[in-house]
Write a protein that binds this ligand. Structure first.
Ligand SMILES: [Zn+2]
Length: 238
């Protein structure tokens, strides 16, 4: 067993530069409702960004950037197709498996997964913005119609209605790195930071190629350990 020596935390804000749609499910989707709705807290109906979405996006961007994905081959209509899927190597030397967990590889030597990505809730300021809109009887979510053009006929099909969280709102971000004996904490921090920069150039959620989901990050590493003794602090910040 590896010894847990401390925690380092990245806290900050994710700012939506464009409308963002992270798909949720609506069990009682009514007629006339949106075809695709955003993830919301079932109690408050306020949207949030699931930690799993942010984690998955950081992982896949870093895998692409470093060529760390596992190639999977399969056959379709007699043609061999190769797709990239999450790294399964599970090697101690693989930062992807170490930070994000070895995909489909229980008991990997890289375990345990170092990263914890919390669900990103709306900032208090953004909650106030929403509350004001609601008080004035306005909806704070955008419903955007996307036309489908039928390539064969050239006709515009019936539009799909996609719900989006509007640009301008901020979500709180908290990423925790668990540091184990022998880990290079600075390198892990650098990889996460790099992932966040890659994400700023990419998108979160759906329809990124159509301009959805552009985000910017503003945060910092606390480097303050939750473990109490000073020895831990030195090990982590060293
Ligand atoms: Zn790996």
């Amino acid at each position: 067993m590896k010894k847990l020596t401390g925690f380092i935390k990245y806290t900050g804000k994710m700012h939506l530069e464009t409308g963002t749609s992270i798909k949720g499910s609506d069990n009682d989707l009514s007629i006339g409702g949106a075809d695709s709705i955003v993830v919301k807290n079932p109690i408050t109906a306020i949207p949030y960004i699931p930690g799993s979405s942010l984690k998955g996006k950081l992982r896949s961007l870093l895998e692409l950037h470093y060529g760390k994905y596992t190639e999977k081959k399969y056959e379709k209509n007699g043609t061999e197709i190769t797709i990239g899927s999450p790294c399964t190597c599970g090697k101690e030397s693989c930062f992807v498996c170490k930070i994000f967990g070895a995909h489909n590889h229980p008991g990997a030597e890289s375990a345990p997964t170092r990263i914890i990505v919390r669900d990103c809730n709306l900032s208090n300021k953004s909650k106030d913005t929403i509350a004001n809109l609601l008080l004035n009887g306005k909806n704070y979510l955008e419903v955007k119609a996307e036309n489908n053009i039928d390539r064969a006929s050239g006709k515009v099909g019936s539009p799909r209605f996609i719900e989006r969280v509007p640009a301008g709102l901020d979500f709180n971000v908290e990423i925790v790195l668990q540091v184990f004996e022998g880990d290079d904490a600075e390198d892990m921090k650098a990889k996460i930071k790099e992932g966040l920069t890659l994400l700023e150039n990419s998108y979160i959620g759906s329809s990124g190629s159509r301009g959805y989901g552009q985000v910017t990050f503003n945060g910092k590493w606390s480097d303050e350990e939750e473990a109490k003794d000073k020895g831990v602090k030195d090990a982590v910040s060293g």
